[in-house]
Design a protein around this ligand. Structure first.
Ligand code: SAH
Ligand code: SF4
Ligand code: F3S
Length: 476
């Protein structure tokens, strides 16, 4: 998502002059279903915004849609297969609509689109368009072509097109989406972990230029957004030329973003242990806006497995890094991802993973059974682990992680903390906010309005949420 000669022109076009004009009145409806990671959530919003200028309003009800888009994920087999069962259901709807003279276009976007391309049309002939993540700027024209009867597959792109972004939405649209927002700063991956499809579906690592990021961040803040989460498959590999002419990393970018008026909270995800630079750790030490929560996947605690996974660091490197980060920001909560049953994983390797989990003590974690993915080196390795062994290991690992997560939640009870109020609660008189550690905080609606950051005392910690019933007056 980066640009070549036309770079500067494209940058100025990122914020289109039409963005604050009302979108063309919605005459057609698009239904969008999003799978996978936060970047897909961000991309789905950008696609919805682009289609709005073509008269497509968003609907929550697939039956009334003229266009259905599945924004897909290819990370594990289950995620990819879900798309085909969904496509089977949508085909029935398309046939029903056709029988009463109505048209329904079906589109597949995201990482399955990129990985499988034309193969999707073979397996699911009712699909009309397939668009990969690097070609979303062509979506509006693709939809027009599909409407005129063409089956369109757009997955080819030039590297310089990678940050040819869809236009920014009108401020009113951003405001409606709430007080937190995602902002993609980096896309793609050059790390080639041997289990992972992302380098193939999202292409090579590219960083968005600083001025594009600042323009978008300022615009979000002006639209009422208080918390921005910077996104990238390897977000801390972001780098670019700063306005001072120096090479910036994510740390420098965060220091600059902390100066944007109105942005009170910053987060970033997902980071790789190899790209935790000194300046990024300094940002955790010095920036109160940078929330004390870090998702830093390690995948395994066994050096042997880390090596065959091509992670290019050892368990000890990871532990040392966490010590440094905790030294800079003692209240930081760690989050991680784990894979059990990678080819060749022995009982001892698995015990090493259990040990690293005990040493780190995670506040949050995601864990998966290894899923062989077509085209990745892992899939071709010998000594695959039997399914029942993967199941047993996953169960033990998740039991330990659940224990740690519950203990972390309990440790918040009685604490005073700043909570960003995000939305009304399920019950009348309730409001839901977010703790610095990403936990929902349920509290009395009288404590503040949406967008406020209020200081409260946590009265009780449940397994999924915290509860607060008092406001602590903030003393200067
Ligand atoms: N860029 C991120 C990860 C993106 S994928 C990083 O490097 O950490 C999100 C998570 O999915 C990974 O961290 C990994 O734990 C899991 N994952 C990726 N490929 C997988 C596979 N083939 N089988 C099982 N889990 C996988
Ligand atoms: Fe996948 Fe590894 Fe890249 Fe993360 S760093 S996206 S796990 S290849
Ligand atoms: Fe899935 Fe693609 Fe994200 S494979 S996890 S949607 S980058």
């Amino acid at each position: 998502m980066e640009q070549n000669i036309a770079r500067d022109e494209k940058l100025t076009n990122v914020v289109s002059p039409l963005q604050d004009a009302p979108a063309q009145a919605a005459t057609k409806k698009v239904f969008m279903k999003t799978y996978g990671c936060q970047m897909n959530v961000y991309d789905s919003q950008r696609m919805t915004d682009a289609l709005a200028s073509d008269g497509y309003g968003l609907t929550e009800n697939m039956e009334e849609a003229d266009l259905v888009l599945l924004n897909t994920c290819h990370i594990r087999e289950k995620a990819a297969e879900k798309v085909y069962s969904e496509l089977g259901r949508i085909r029935k709807l398309k046939e029903e609509k056709a029988s009463v003279g109505q048209e329904l276009l079906i589109g597949v976007t995201g990482c399955v689109a990129q990985a499988e391309g034309r193969e999707i049309l073979r397996r699911a002939p009712s699909v009309d368009l397939v668009v990969g993540p690097q070609t979303y700027h062509r979506l509006p024209s693709v939809v027009k072509r599909a409407k005129s009867g063409e089956k369109v597959v757009e997955t080819e792109y030039a590297i310089e097109d990678k940050f040819e972004h869809l236009p920014q939405p009108a401020k009113a649209i951003v405001r409606n989406r709430g007080v937190t927002a995602f902002l993609t700063v980096q896309e793609g991956c050059d790390k080639f972990c041997t289990f992972c499809v992302v380098p193939y579906t999202r292409g090579s690592e590219v960083s968005r230029p600083v001025n594009q990021i600042l323009t978008e961040a300022q615009r979000l803040a002006e639209s009422g957004v208080r918390e921005v989460t910077l996104l990238g498959q390897n977000v801390n590999a972001w780098h670019g030329e700063g306005p001072d002419g120096k090479e910036w990393g994510l740390g420098e970018l965060l220091f600059r973003l902390a100066e944007v008026p109105g942005l009170s909270r910053l987060r970033y995800t997902t980071s790789h242990p190899r790209d935790m630079s000194e300046s990024l750790i300094a940002a955790h030490r010095d920036l109160p806006q940078l929330m004390p929560y870090l998702h830093l996947p390690v995948q395994s605690g066994s050096d042997r497995i880390l090596k065959t996974m091509n992670r290019k660091h050892t368990a000890a490197d990871y532990l040392r890094l966490i010590d440094r980060i905790r030294g800079a920001r003692p209240d930081i909560a760690m989050s991680g991802d784990f894979i059990v049953g990678f080819p060749g994983e022995t009982d001892q390797d698995f015990e090493d993973t259990m040990r690293i989990i005990r040493e780190v003590n995670y506040a949050q974690a995601f864990s998966f059974k290894y899923s062989p993915r077509p085209g990745t080196p892992g899939a071709g390795m010998s000594n695959h682990v039997e399914e029942h062994v993967k199941d047993e290991r996953l169960q033990r690992l998740q039991a330990l992680l659940n224990e740690q997560q519950a203990a972390f939640a309990q440790s918040r009870a009685g604490l005073e903390m700043d909570v960003l109020i995000e939305k009304p609660g399920r019950d009348a008189g309730q409001i839901v906010g977010r703790s610095p550690w990403l936990q929902p905080v349920i509290m009395n609606a009288e404590l503040g309005d949406i967008g406020d950051i209020v200081r409260v005392r946590i009265s009780k910690a449940g397994s999924h949420s915290l509860f607060a019933d008092s406001e602590i007056p903030v003393t200067a």
